[in-house]
Design a protein around this ligand. Structure first.
Ligand SMILES: [Zn+2]
Length: 313
């Protein structure tokens, strides 16, 4: 197997670590230290998933607890898990060190106050998914099927402030109108950290061709999500992951494709994939399908690296 490293743009392992009181050594989760090392992970994005307010009370308080769990995870794994705050932190990783980039999934954490955006940035958050499935102060999520609203005035100010702070804007889970509003208002590349192609799997969480082209026009990226219901109408398999890679790279080029596994946030896995240790199976399949090695490297980490380099200055 060639030494091709992975950047995975989305997982929900922090929720497991906090709510199940486990550690990154625990092999029961999709992601663990051993699995990350076996998978050849260079950088894993760790999301603080804010969820729905009814479950947790204050969104900000819930977010702070998850952010704290990220930092204690770093402390529990000295010299092994390294926080990524800017691109040079990736360049300085040694072999066998894994970068951990902190993200927030759900702008509910801001509770409508831009000061909270600046504060979470100071706490190390470098990417924010603007909404989860439902409405928040920024925008509607994709599951608000009866309203379809886009960015609020506050949402527009969040997009501008994220550009100012050099934070990556993530449009996975956002309403269709919200998606187009972000494209209009952001000056930086846009990513959908964990979404697939609607043309192959007709799920509202997936992106249609126009949206995929719009992300490509920003020089952005789409992270292929491994959740079977987003991959296929049937059970979902490694082959379906490849189909989505094929489709998006065929539509807009290989520079737009990355991974957003959604490990530890999904209750089903595609056939052939059990956790982050299985990324080499995907690499192997792409190489056997005669993808150029340079293109495989872009999909696995190069495209994410390009975006991190352009935004996390
Ligand atoms: Zn998600």
């Amino acid at each position: 197997m060639k030494d091709i490293k992975i950047i995975d743009g989305h997982c929900d392992t922090l929720t497991k670590l906090l709510d199940k009181s486990c550690t990154l050594a625990d092999s029961a989760n999709h992601i663990s230290i051993d699995k990350l090392l076996k998978g050849g992970l260079k950088v894993q994005f760790f999301a603080a998933w804010i969820g729905v307010q009814q479950l947790y009370g204050s969104s900000l308080q819930r977010g702070i607890k998850l952010i704290d769990r990220y930092h204690t995870m770093i402390v529990e794994n000295p010299e092994l898990i390294i926080p990524i705050l800017k691109c040079e932190d990736i360049d300085q990783l040694e072999d066998k060190q894994i970068g951990a980039l902190l993200t927030v999934e759900g702008g509910d954490i801001l509770e409508g106050d831009l000061a909270n955006l600046r504060i979470i940035h100071r706490l190390g958050v470098r990417l924010m998914t603007l909404t989860w499935n439902h409405r928040n102060e920024i925008c509607d999520g994709i599951m608000e099927i009866n309203s379809k609203s886009g960015l609020s005035n506050f949402g527009i100010s969040v997009v501008r402030e994220m550009n100012e702070l050099n934070m990556i804007i993530d449009v996975s889970h956002i309403s269709v109108q919200g998606f187009w509003d972000v494209i209009e208002h952001s000056k930086d590349p846009i990513i959908a950290s964990h979404s697939n192609a609607r043309a192959l799997c007709h799920h509202p969480r997936n992106l249609d061709d126009e949206q995929i082209r719009a992300i490509a026009n920003t020089d952005g990226l789409i992270g292929i999500n491994f959740y079977p219901p987003f991959l296929s109408d049937s059970k979902g398999s490694l082959d379906d992951i490849i189909r989505h890679i094929d489709y998006i790279s065929g539509l807009v080029g290989v520079d737009v494709v990355g991974f957003g596994s959604d490990f530890d946030g999904i209750d089903q896995l595609p056939e052939g994939i059990n956790g982050s240790q299985d990324f080499p199976k995907i690499i192997d399949r792409l190489l056997r399908l005669n993808y150029l090695e340079d293109d495989v490297k872009k999909i696995c980490s190069g495209n994410y690296y390009r975006i991190i380099k352009s935004i996390l200055k």
